[in-house]
Structures are given as structure tokens and as C-alpha cells.
Design a protein around this ligand. Structure first.
Ligand SMILES: Cc1cc2nc3c(=O)[nH]c(=O)nc-3n(C[C@H](O)[C@H](O)[C@H](O)COP(=O)(O)OP(=O)(O)OC[C@H]3O[C@@H](n4cnc5c(N)ncnc54)[C@H](O)[C@@H]3O)c2cc1C
Length: 470
């Protein structure tokens, strides 16, 4: 995402934000966080407001409950550090990377594994927006009803979020063991025992690597309740082997010494051998559940597949991947008729042999959210975030994007899977209307705070169906 706004403001306090809003009430304004979204959600050619000076952290306790009120521009990593060091606390959802701001993460329904998204846990939102009657800017506090559900995952459309009150939990130990599995059924059979599990679906070998993870009760008098003595070593191993060495291999496979055959050979014969398996480690959750994914430029698409469709969706993903790689001659009748019914069969056939995917598919578990339009809003069962990742250079991702487009459209239209708002995004308004039953309520609430559509950009107008009313 690249854009050049006419004005870029970095206000120091709420009065300055209100003043900017009043001065530009006929313009287009977007707030930005760390600009870690791949979709065009944050872009604006007119006015951009960066909330980086809004980074105060206030922790409050009442009985056995704890909350943090945090400035929207505070980075998740700074908040995590403060929560842990001050009170042994953590956020109730832990995204894999912690560079995004809390305002940006909330706006897009950012999530980790084994819990609802961060948005779900927001209890109060302080936001600068426009008065419906007078059109002048003012500050609102939203803390209940459908307005809170809208503000929890707001896509930047309700106004400039200044601060958020979020419930917190005590930091805990996570026990992790990595195992290889031949079939998805085996991985899913382990989900009750390992509620924090994450798994990889390995292209071309079509086996699974399951990160069996669960919370363990901390108890200094027994070994099974203590942080493992080798935990620090394990963190170093993860950094060197997973974040660095594996990425270098992938970069090599897609550039100087790679070709489609070598990519397939690597995943069929080598990938799972290079992973440390059957070693059990206990480590603090904020350490074990986060990764340094930013060392190499990459792009992600994430699609949230409802749990009841996961087995069929995994088979479809395998078929689409093999057809794109040119190694599947026939598409099974059951899937060709389904793909035809949603208008994708011809597109898939034309794509045969155009792209060999070069990264394992990553699956994370997301529990239902109490929001209007986050990816697991209104669901009654968990869904799985299915991640497509490309390490190609920015100008060379066209084939990856076509692969993402077909996969996302097929999963959305056949299994009601919703794409992540902050990642590479290809669906149009028709698909989105079908996926989000509460979208009209969301639009109506946004208009209450912004009757002129000042907080809209091209992305939100095209994808969410906002009409600019001027
Ligand atoms: C390497 C990498 C790893 C990632 N890992 C994960 C992951 O594990 N889980 C996950 O769910 N996502 C993940 N993401 C996606 C990322 O968390 C989201 O896109 C998130 O929104 C980025 O936050 P940001 O601060 O960069 O926001 P930006 O990208 O700057 O903005 C995102 C949206 O938030 C709005 N916004 C930002 N601040 C405010 C504010 N104060 N008021 C109103 N609106 C605001 C913007 O207008 C925009 O619409 C990852 C992204 C990257 C690059």
C-alpha cells in the first residue's frame, strides 16, 4: 500500500484532533497506526492523522478484574511489556506480531489463536467524530449496545479513536509440543486438549505440522508448572530456524536457485525433517505466541473458514494449489460442479500451471466475537484463519494474488469464509454484503458519527458500500 496525502498530522492532544476535524470537515480523513495493513484500508490522498503521541497506559483493578485504558497510538509490544512488567498481565488475545498499534489492531479485528479477536474485549472507546445535528467535531465515549459493537471493529469509519478500555488477564505459561500428522482429522481430534493450537498444512506433501499448545497452571513446586529451563534456547531456535533461516530458504527457492520442481521437492521431502518435533517447552504466552515476521518483505491473505467446513475447504485448497502448480490433470467432479456454481471453474482452469505456492498454509483458531463486522462476528462456532503467505518481491506478486483471489472467492462463496480486513483483500461489495448480515447496521451507526462520509476512503466506499453523501 502506497499513498501520498496532502496533509499529514501528528497531534499531541485531543484538542488538536478536534481542531483538525473541524478544519477539514469537507475533506477525507483517515487515521493511521503502524501501517501494517496490506489492504488499502488506511490509505488517503487527503488528510492522514497519526496518533503516535497517544500512547498513555493506565491500568486499573477492581476486585479480581483488571482493565487497561490505552492510547490508540500505543504499539501492542509496548503495551504488552508494560502490562507484564507492572502487574504480570497480558491482553486477552495475542496477535503473532506486536508492531501494530492498538488502534489499528482493534479497527481490523486483529487476532491471535484460541481466543476471540482483540476487538471483542474492548469495553469503552473514546473517539473524535462529528455531531449529527451541528456537524462540528466533538469527543464521544461509547461503552454499550450496538454502537460499542460497531466501534470495536470500526475499520476507521466511525472517527478518530483516541483511547480504548480493554479487559486484561493474568499472563500464563503455555506448553508447546510440535508434532507431525498425516491427516486433518488427527489434528482436529487434538483441538480440545490443545485450545491454543496452530497448524501448518504443507503444500505438495499435504501433511500437517501441529503446534500442540495449552495453558498450564503455574506452580513453582512442580516441574510441570514452571517455565522450562530450555525456554530461552527454544526462543533462540525459533528466531534463527523459523524467522530467519526458513525465510532465507524460501527466498532462495523463489529466486536465484529455485524453480517449481525444487519448491515441490523441498516441501515433499525436506520441510518437516527440518522442524524440531516432540520436544515439550513451557514459556510465557507473550513470548511463545509471538514471532518476528517482519525481517523480510512479504504479503499475507487470511480467510476465516467456519469450523464445520474446514475438512472440505482443506481439500479444495489442495485442489486449487495443485491446479495452479500444473500438477493436477482433472478437477474432481464434486468440486468442479461447486466451482462452476460460483463462477470460478473457468478462471481456475485458465490458471493451470501459472503459480507454484512456496509457503506452508498457516491455520489459527478464532473464537466468535461480539462485534458487528469483525471476521468472527455473529458466529456461533469457532472458525479457522487460513493464511496464504508470499515472500516474492512486491512487484512480482501478481500470480500469487491471482492464486489468492481464486482461493478467497471460492472459500467465501462456498463456505461463507471471511477475509481479514487488514490483509491482501480481493472481495467486492456483493460478496461482503452476503458475508456480513450486520453490515447495514454498521453503516447506519457510522453515518450517525460522520454524516458527510469524511472518514471514508475508496476502499471503504467500494467494499463496504458507503455512499458519499455530498
Ligand atoms: C507482518 C505482519 C503480521 C501480522 N500478523 C497479524 C496477526 O497475527 N493477526 C492479525 O489479526 N493480523 C495480523 N496482521 C495484520 C495487522 O495486525 C492489521 O492489519 C492491523 O490493522 C495493523 O495495525 P496498524 O497499527 O498497522 O494499523 P494501520 O494498518 O495503520 O491501519 C489499519 C486500519 O486501522 C485504522 N486506524 C488505525 N488507527 C486508528 C485510530 N486511532 N482511529 C481510527 N482508525 C484507526 C486505519 O484507518 C485503517 O483503517 C499482520 C500484519 C503484518 C504486516
Amino acid at each position: 500500500m502506497q499513498f501520498t496525502p496532502d496533509y499529514y498530522f501528528v497531534p499531541h492532544n485531543e484538542e488538536e484532533v478536534v481542531e483538525i476535524l473541524n478544519r477539514h470537515s469537507e475533506d477525507q480523513i483517515r487515521a493511521v497506526g503502524s501501517l501494517h495493513s496490506w489492504s488499502d484500508l488506511a490509505s488517503s490522498d487527503k488528510i492522514v492523522i497519526n496518533l503516535s503521541h497517544f500512547d498513555d497506559i493506565n491500568i486499573e483493578k477492581q476486585d479480581d478484574k483488571t482493565w487497561v485504558t490505552v492510547g490508540a497510538g500505543c504499539k501492542i509490544k509496548d503495551l504488552n511489556r508494560e502490562l507484564y512488567q507492572q502487574q504480570g498481565l497480558r491482553l486477552p488475545a495475542q496477535p503473532i506480531i506486536s508492531a501494530p498499534t492498538i488502534g489499528g489492531a482493534i479497527a481490523t479485528g486483529t487476532h491471535g489463536t484460541g481466543s476471540p479477536s482483540l476487538s471483542h474485549f474492548v469495553e469503552k472507546v473514546r473517539i473524535a467524530a462529528y455531531d449529527q445535528d451541528t456537524g462540528t467535531a466533538k469527543i464521544y465515549e461509547i461503552e454499550s449496545g450496538s454502537e460499542l459493537e460497531a466501534a470495536r471493529c470500526n475499520l476507521g469509519c466511525m472517527g478518530i479513536v483516541l483511547s480504548l478500555r480493554i479487559s486484561c488477564i493474568s499472563e500464563f505459561l503455555v506448553e508447546e509440543t510440535v508434532v507431525e500428522r498425516q491427516h486433518l482429522q488427527e489434528v482436529l481430534a487434538e483441538k480440545e486438549d490443545y485450545p491454543l493450537q496452530e497448524f501448518l498444512y504443507i503444500p505438495y506433501s499435504w501433511t500437517f505440522v501441529n503446534f500442540q499448545r495449552r495453558e498450564v497452571a503455574e506452580n513453582a513446586s512442580v516441574d510441570s508448572g514452571k517455565r522450562s529451563w530450555g525456554a530461552s534456547l527454544y526462543n533462540v531456535y525459533n528466531f534463527l530456524n523459523v524467522d530467519l533461516f526458513f525465510c532465507l530458504i524460501v527466498k532462495g527457492l523463489i529466486s536465484f536457485w529455485g524453480n517449481p520442481e525444487r519448491i515441490r521437492f523441498f516441501y515433499k521431502n525436506m520441510f518437516s525433517k527440518a522442524i524440531l518435533k516432540k520436544v515439550t517447552v513451557r514459556e510465557r504466552s507473550h513470548q511463545l505466541l509471538t514471532r518476528t515476521r517482519e525481517m523480510f518483505s512479504h504479503e499475507e491473505t487470511e480467510i476465516f473458514i467456519p469450523e464445520n467446513y474446514i475438512a472440505e475447504a482443506a481439500e479444495l485448497i489442495r485442489i486449487v494449489t495443485d491446479v495452479f502448480a500444473g500438477i493436477k490433470k482433472e478437477i474432481p467432479e464434486e468440486f468442479s460442479s461447486k466451482l462452476e456454481s460460483v463462477g470460478l471453474l473457468e478462471q481456475l482452469k485458465k490458471s493451470r500451471g501459472t503459480y507454484t505456492h512456496h509457503h506452508p498454509f498457516v491455520f489459527l483458531k478464532l473464537l466468535p466475537d461480539d462485534t458487528l463486522i469483525s471476521m468472527s462476528s455473529g458466529m456461533d462456532k469457532p472458525c479457522y484463519g487460513f493464511n496464504l503467505i508470499s515472500y516474492q518481491k512486491p512487484g512480482e506478486r501478481e500470480a500469487f494474488r491471482k492464486f489468492s483471489d481464486v482461493t478467497t472467492c471460492a472459500l467465501a462463496r462456498l463456505y461463507n469464509a471471511r477475509p481479514h480486513w487488514g490483509k491482501y483483500f480481493c472481495l467486492d461489495q456483493d460478496d461482503i454484503e452476503a458475508l456480513y448480515p450486520e453490515l447495514e447496521t454498521f453503516r447506519e451507526i457510522c453515518r450517525r458519527y460522520d454524516s458527510k462520509g469524511v472518514f471514508q476512503n475508496n476502499f471503504t466506499r467500494q467494499v463496504l458500500g458507503f455512499e458519499r453523501e455530498r
